[in-house]
Structure formats: C-alpha cells, structure tokens
Design a protein around this ligand. Structure first.
Ligand SMILES: Cc1cc2nc3c(=O)[nH]c(=O)nc-3n(C[C@H](O)[C@H](O)[C@H](O)COP(=O)(O)OP(=O)(O)OC[C@H]3O[C@@H](n4cnc5c(N)ncnc54)[C@H](O)[C@@H]3O)c2cc1C
Length: 497
C-alpha cells in the first residue's frame, strides 16, 4: 500500500509537461511561501532570493521557534545544543552560510570516547593514537581501514553535488539527485541495510557490533539495520574536523532569513488549498495564530517540514484532484536530556571519578541499556581558556535515550544532579518504516524539502535539498528543462569549464 502511494505521487508529480509550461507568459512569481523555519526552510528562502531576485516577496511561516530541530537549552546562563549539533568539515553549504553570515566556527573540544556494553567498557580511547590504532588492529583486523575507504569513496561522490549545483543543475526527485552522484549504487544504498553492506565489504561482525552499532545509536538512535546511505553519512560524522556554530547552530537560520529579506510570519499553517490551475497555478495558505485566521495566495510553495503523520504539522491539503496522499512512514523518538550534575563513574567501573578519563560514552545494542549515549558537553560560546569539567566536578551532560529517563535511571547515571532539561524530539526518520523516497514535487508549484531526510537526515542534507528546490522551482518557472534531471553531469560539468 505504501509503495503504491509513492508510485502514485511520482506519477502525479510528473503529470506536468513542457506543454503545460508553454502556457506561462514569462512573468516572475510575485509571492513565494516557505512553510517551516528550520535550516531547510531558511536555507530555501536564501536560495530562492538568490535565484528569483529582489522583487519577489518571500514569506516564511513558523509555528514554533526559528531553527526547528536546531535548538539550545540554558543551564546556569550558558546555552547548550539540544538538537542538531555537529557539522562536518566537508559540509560546504553550512560552511558557506557561516562565512556569508559573519558567524564563527566553534571547534569540538578534544575528549576521549569509550563504548559501554551495560557491564564494562569494551572499547576505550587513550591519549596515544598509535596505541589506539594497534588495539583496533588487534581486535578487528583491517575492518576499520576497509570502513574508512568505503566512507571516503561515498563522500567523494557525494561532494559532486556542490559542482552540479554551482552549475545550476536541479533534480526533480531525491532518486534523480542520488543517481547523478553515485549511480544505482547510491539508490541501492537507501534500500539495503548498513550491516549487509558492511559484511559484504569484509567488515567483521565484531567491529559492526562494537563500533558501528554504538555510532548509529548515538547519531540516529537506531540500529545497524538502518540503510547503508544514512549509515555512511553517520560514519562520516564521527571523523575528525567536526565543528559547530559559535553562539548556537540555530543562529544560521535567523540570519539566513534576514539575509534573504524574507518575512517571518510566526503562525501555524493550517491549510494549503489549490486556488487555480490557470496559467499560473496558485495556492492559498491559511494560518492560525491566537485564534486569528489569515489567508494569502502564493505562486510557489515550499513545504520545509516533515509531513509524516506522527509529526503532526497540522496542515491539511485541500482542493487537489486527486487528493494528495499522506506521507507514509514515521519519525523516530529520541529524547535529549541535558543534565547538570555529577556523573556516577562507579556505574561504569570507576569508583574514583578522578581516574575516569572519558567525555563521551557510547553504548552497544544491549537490551538492558536504557540510554544510547552520555556525553560531557560544551556550551555554545566557549572562551579560549575553556576546559571541560572533570568527572569529579559538576558538569553538563547530554544523554540520548529512546524514552524520557525514569528517576531510577537518572540515579543510576548520576550521583546527584542540580537540573534535568528534557527535549522529546521526533528527531529523524524511523528508517525502515517505509520503502522508497518521498517526492520533491507535490504539485506544479508546490515542493517538499524533507523527503531528502529518508536518504539521510542532517543539516547539510536539508541545505542541499534547499538549494535543489530553489533551482528546480526557478527552472520550472522559466521553462529551462535542460537544467533538470540531466544525465552524465560529470562529463557536462567538465566540458562547461
Ligand atoms: C537530537 C538531534 C540531534 C541531531 N544531530 C545532528 C547533528 O549532529 N548533525 C546534523 O547535521 N544533524 C543533526 N540532526 C538532524 C538535523 O537537526 C535535522 O536534519 C535538521 O535540523 C532538519 O531541519 P529542517 O529545517 O529540514 O526541519 P526542522 O528543523 O524540523 O524544521 C521544520 C520547521 O517547520 C515548523 N513547522 C512545522 N509545521 C508547521 C506549520 N504547520 N506551520 C508553520 N511552521 C511549521 C516546525 O516548527 C519547524 O521549526 C539532529 C537532530 C536531532 C533532533
């Protein structure tokens, strides 16, 4: 049934043909709406402004806080990331934003990681790189070299997107985008499990259970049956050269809105209605804020929030013939608890906290474990003399768990604590809860950003999707079909230089 829905959506999206566009008279759109002011929506507003120019009005609707899943909580007058926190050095859109917006990079503060299996640490990082390397070699053979080569090859192919986008090429579906980067191999990676792909690569089961599985648990709260593509993105995220934005990642969103000269409308979109299918299809957005309903008509709409049922955006789509089907699948619950207190090092086998050397504890897929990870975290503003708190001192920790922590679980992890702040996220797709990838084109002038999360959910993925949608909307509006879904782009891009 779900598979059917996707097939249906795609055929619906492709109904629009060149002859439909031939009806357009070349006038630019006058009003564009973006629903959602997370990194996806705000980056879309920014790229739309770049492509459509200064005249078009861009309204961005947000029902909660600008930033969406990029958010902070406050402990003792310091802010800490509670949602999306880490950015890879090769995430070029995020880098670009930070530079253009005059923001600063915040480098990760060094700290050691260990893997806990519910009884003891089975992997422990030391101060000695060579010692760690030889231990890895002894325990896992060449698995980690195979893995590194695999991740690097995928990243290298993924990086092609920046070239294609710089040359103005757009894709009408996530499949087309992935295919242009890594051929059918990339598409298959969204369908096969990570464990299957790694075993085929010659990575040992032990390495998968003791290293890969803990990484999937901390990054996506899920296990190694997660698809290989998102698994590779997750593994890239544990490499060196990670950073965040000084002052908080969500600053990128508010600043992008300003740079784009977009109007932020702080209200919930309750319906999107097809108003006319004439020369220019138009859509009416109705919003509600403090019991006040307002409606406005737009030429182009970008929906930049997940539309899965359990996310409950409260948007109803009306007047579409046939009805737009519901998005199948669900979003995964991950609870982020920010705890200010004293870690219970005895629970981890270190009665003397002064001897506890780790700042980050990952966990294996053991059934008795009630948490995915526990990490000593740094505030979003760090001074040059900043040092991490030692375990014998009260520190700020982020614990990820599948459910809110019970009192006895908190008491297990912490000797005592001053405060606990809980954010219950619908954090990323529940991978495997549906087959296939959601559409980008929902209707002639209506686009959907968050389908890309089903390939992999990350700030950079939303930014890549934002650039793609801005280009796609622009080319479709201007009937530049030669810029959409072009094959053999590697060759084309080379010869265009
Ligand atoms: C705990 C956690 C840890 C993560 N860690 C990382 C990480 O380290 N690195 C990384 O790259 N990514 C990470 N991610 C993923 C990353 O945060 C997301 O992929 C990204 O922020 C998604 O951005 P978005 O704009 O696409 O969606 P969202 O941020 O969800 O934005 C959607 C916005 O739409 C608004 N909205 C919804 N419905 C309506 C409506 N009807 N009307 C008006 N507004 C509406 C919402 O309020 C929201 O603000 C993490 C996510 C979580 C939750």
């Amino acid at each position: 049934m779900r598979q059917f829905m996707y097939v249906f959506l795609f055929s619906f999206a492709h109904v629009l043909s060149e002859s439909d566009f031939a009806k357009f008279d070349g006038a630019p759109p006058s009003k564009i709406a973006v629903v959602g002011a997370g990194i996806g929506g705000t980056a879309t507003a920014h790229f739309l402004r770049q492509h459509f120019g200064p005249e078009v009005r861009i309204d961005v609707f947000e029902k909660n806080s600008v930033g969406g899943r990029l958010a902070t909580v406050s402990v003792n007058n310091q802010e800490y990331e509670s949602g999306g926190s880490i950015i890879h050095s090769l995430n070029l859109h995020m880098q670009d934003f930070v530079q253009q917006l005059g923001l600063k990079y915040r480098k990760s503060v060094a700290g050691k990681t260990a893997v806990f299996n519910g009884e003891e640490f089975i992997v422990e990082e030391t101060d000695w790189y060579l010692l760690d390397l030889s231990r890895l070699w002894w325990r896992y053979g060449i698995s980690f070299i195979r893995l590194q080569m695999w991740v690097e090859e995928i990243m290298e192919k993924f990086m092609r997107i920046y070239k294609y986008q710089a040359h103005g090429y757009a894709f009408s579906s996530v499949e087309e985008l992935l295919h242009s980067l890594g051929g059918s191999g990339f598409i298959n990676m969204t369908r096969r499990s990570l464990s299957e792909s790694l075993l085929e690569l010659g990575v040992s089961q032990r390495f998968i259970d003791e290293i890969i599985s803990p990484i999937m648990r901390v990054n996506y709260g899920q296990n190694i049956s997660i698809p290989a593509f998102v698994g590779a993105v997750s593994l890239a995220g544990v490499q060196a050269n990670l950073w965040a934005v000084e002052g908080g990642n969500k600053l990128v969103c508010s600043r992008l809105l300003k740079l784009a000269k977009a109007n932020l409308i702080q209200s919930q979109v309750t319906s999107i209605e097809l108003r006319s299918m004439g020369e220019y299809p138009q859509y009416e957005i109705t919003t509600s804020s403090q019991d006040k309903k307002t409606s406005e008509v737009y030429d182009i709409i970008v929906v930049a929030t997940p539309l899965q049922q359990n996310v409950d955006t409260g948007i109803s789509f009306q007047g579409f013939e046939p009805d737009l089907p519901e998005m199948p699948g669900s979003y995964h619950q991950t609870v982020a608890s920010i705890i200010h207190g004293y870690l219970n090092c005895s629970y981890f086998g270190y009665p003397d906290p002064k001897l506890f050397p780790f700042s980050s504890i990952l966990t294996t897929d053991a059934s008795e474990l009630f948490f995915n990870s526990a990490t000593s975290i740094c505030p979003v503003n760090i001074t040059s003399g900043f040092r991490r708190k030692q375990p014998q001192e009260a520190g700020v920790y982020k614990v990820f768990s599948p459910k809110p922590l019970e009192k006895n679980e908190l008491k297990t992890l912490f000797k005592s604590y001053y405060s606990v702040q809980v954010t219950d996220w619908l954090a990323y797709p529940q991978y495997g809860s549906t087959q296939g990838l959601p559409p980008v084109v929902l209707h002639d002038g209506m686009y959907y950003l968050n389908g890309i999360e089903w390939a992999a959910s990350a700030m950079e993925m939303s930014s890549v999707a934002a650039k793609n949608i801005a280009l796609l909307a622009y080319h479709r509006w201007n009937r530049q079909f030669e810029m959409i879904d072009q094959k053999d782009l590697m060759h084309k891009v080379k010869t265009e230089l």
